[in-house]
Ligand binder design. Structure first.
Ligand code: ITT
Length: 191
């Protein structure tokens, strides 16, 4: 089975990707002894995905892919977007972010939102990009214990369970990261 490095420190993301990319041996940054915090100071998801992938390729001299994800809320003009990880401030928890978003949307009727993911793949000296998104709404309360991040308050269109209530395999079929990863898989399988 071919090794493929996923440039992430996020154990939840790693678990999701391992469940999707079953034909590859997916290594995380810990597996290659990369313990540095990669500074994600890009202005877009694409910039940050490229920053993470390039950091690993230039410092560890290996092919890898990285993803960056953001939650865009229409009533907040697309916030938290690229700042989704630190929406409630530097060092904040997932719960802090969820609380801040629920407060920001208190009394707001338009709750439309979407998750977007950009994956940057560095392979044999070339770079390839893949995108995925999922439309939905921000619920008024939290539901479910699974997943991570904003999952307990994201209800994907056409479903009656939040991402945190669904089994991971269901989330992976329809999610932003799942869709971007499917494109990555199709690309890798063709080669
Ligand atoms: P790495 O940069 O190490 O990969 P990260 O946690 O910083 O991990 P991202 O920058 O891609 O990940 O994501 C930004 C934030 O968006 C993340 O901290 C979560 O709060 C949220 N997020 C990302 N993917 C999510 C998902 O599938 N479900 C819910 N929230 C998610």
């Amino acid at each position: 089975m071919k090794d493929l490095v996923f440039a992430t420190h996020n154990a939840h993301k790693l678990e999701e990707l391992r469940a999707i990319l079953k034909d590859f041996n997916i290594l995380g940054l810990h597996d290659i002894n990369c313990h540095e915090d990669i500074v994600e100071d890009g202005e877009t998801l694409k910039d940050n995905a490229i920053i993470k992938a390039n950091y690993v390729t230039s410092n560890y001299h290996i092919d890898c892919f990285a993803d960056d994800t953001g939650l865009e809320v229409d009533a907040l003009d697309g916030a938290p977007g690229v700042y989704s990880a630190r929406y409630a401030g530097e060092g904040c928890s997932y719960q802090d972010n969820v609380n801040k978003l629920l407060e920001a949307l208190e009394g707001v009727e338009n709750r439309k939102a979407r998750f977007k993911t950009v994956i940057a793949l560095n392979l044999n000296g070339e770079q390839y990009l893949f995108e995925g998104k999922v439309e939905g709404v921000i619920t008024k309360e939290q539901h479910g214990e699974k997943g991570f991040g904003y999952d307990p308050i994201f209800l994907p269109d056409g479903f009656d369970q939040t991402f945190a209530e669904m089994p991971m395999e269901v989330k992976n079929k329809i999610s932003h990261r799942g869709r971007a990863t499917q494109k990555l898989v199709e690309f890798l399988m063709k080669r």
